[in-house]
Design a protein around this ligand. Structure first.
Ligand code: AMP
Ligand code: MG
Length: 397
């Protein structure tokens, strides 16, 4: 039996680079960048008006009285002016348009009255550069803006678009298969008998993988039949990641570890000091791919995916490890085992403090234990009791 830290180290030691490819920006959501992205030109690319107003020469102002200027031109965003703003004149300018040469400030429309091409300014003080977003003040040409190994989320993709990156280099996805095992397990579409259970683990696993855009996953079910397990799992040994649920504990029909080893999968460890999910099995296939044998209970599967499979995927993509949030717990909690225990929690605000409360959980087989939760918190092995307002490590889903 290994500790959680040892298990994660052993798992991450098997991580590998899956190579990379160029994809369209439209297909890049949740993919991981395989290149540094640099700024193609200054942003803003020119001194840009930040207001609808008038481009002026600031030295015409600050003379202790209202100012009237001759309007010479009107400028919309998308246009530009070839003329210069000289003392005594102004150009009407809309937000987003380049501030014309000669002008060093923009006075907003609300502070003006325009009549017959004469603009009267109701303000007397105008600061140099006021209401102008200066060229390169957001980002400078050729600066690094999104680092390799970042995930392309809904904040990063618009930046790619701004930079004109219609195609982007991302890491290839691993080939993944998900196997549910168990004589009692039937698919969601099947008719069900009283002693049967519908497969939910495949949905926990497949949907978690989508967080990293691993969308094309082979998913099959195999009964607790040694020969069938051998035949079916053998066909999956070309995967990069094989995730099984069920059949790794001490029961009479828990054949998964011996079947895997009979197929040449090398066991790295079996059993971890964690609850739920202690019977976790981990090994390496002859092709170098990895096998996670997760215990079948639904909460064990979700915790194992978060604690063990996610670090592996992130390591393959060169991503940083996830650091926990440190949050107060607003409830007491008892623990009977000497294991590290993860339990599903909701984030709440109490007396203006953000913290967590434990979800109602009736053991690791509870189908709804994680429903509505925001993540899992760690009840460390060293503490029998957690008391209200203690600070815990919390890992958002
Ligand atoms: P096992 O690890 O095979 O002993 O299974 C432990 C528990 O998890 C049993 O109560 C199973 O019925 C349940 N279980 C196993 N596989 C699944 C699955 N794919 N979906 C939902 N529950 C499962
Ligand atoms: Mg089983």
């Amino acid at each position: 039996m290994v500790s959680i830290l040892q298990a994660v180290d052993l798992i991450v030691a098997q991580s590998k680079n899956f190579g990379c490819q160029a994809v369209s920006i439209d297909d890049s959501l949740n993919r991981v960048l395989a290149e540094d992205v640099c700024v193609d030109r200054d942003y803003p690319p020119f001194n840009r008006s930040a207001m609808d107003g008038y481009a002026v020469v600031s030295s015409d102002f600050n003379i202790g009285q209202a100012v009237k200027l001759q309007l010479t031109e009107k400028l919309l965003a998308g246009g530009f002016s070839k003329s210069k703003v000289v003392s005594g004149t102004c150009i009407k300018i809309m937000t987003g348009a380049p501030v014309p040469a000669g002008a060093d400030a923009v006075v907003r429309l609300e502070d003006t009255v325009e009549n017959n091409n004469i603009v009267e300014f109701v303000v007397t003080t105008v600061k140099v550069k006021q209401n102008i977003a200066l060229q390169a003040e957001d980002a400078k040409s050729s600066d690094l803006i999104i680092s390799k190994n970042s995930i392309l989320d809904a904040r990063a993709i618009p930046v790619l678009a701004v930079l004109g990156k219609a195609k982007v280099k991302v890491f290839n996805q691993p080939k993944v298969a998900v196997v549910s095992t168990g004589n009692e397990i039937v698919s969601v579409e099947s008719a069900i008998l009283p002693h049967q259970i519908r497969d939910s683990n495949s949905y926990s696993i497949k949907n978690f993988l989508k967080k990293y855009a691993i969308n094309d996953v082979t998913a099959i079910h195999i009964a607790d039949d040694k020969q069938r397990l051998i035949t079916e799992i053998e066909k999956l040994l070309d995967n990069d990641i094989l995730i099984l649920s069920g059949g790794v504990s001490k029961g009479d029909a828990d054949y998964v570890p011996e079947v895997l080893m009979s197929l040449g999968v090398k066991q790295i460890f079996h059993r971890v000091q964690i609850k739920p999910g202690a019977p976790l099995w981990f090994g390496v296939m002859p092709n170098g791919g990895v096998v996670f044998g997760l215990p079948g209970n639904p909460v064990s599967v979700q915790v194992a995916v978060k604690v063990f499979i996610e670090p592996f995927i992130r390591a393959c993509f060169g991503m940083e490890t996830i650091k926990p949030l440190l949050l107060s717990i607003f409830t007491d909690k008892k623990k009977k085992t000497k294991l590290d225990e993860y339990f599903p929690c909701k984030i709440v605000i109490k007396n203006n403090v953000t913290g967590i409360v434990s979800n109602r959980m009736n053991g690791s087989g509870d189908i709804a234990a994680t429903l509505g939760s925001d993540g899992i918190a760690l009840h460390p092995s060293s503490m029998d009791m957690i008391h209200e307002n203690m600070i815990l490590e919390f890992y958002p889903w």
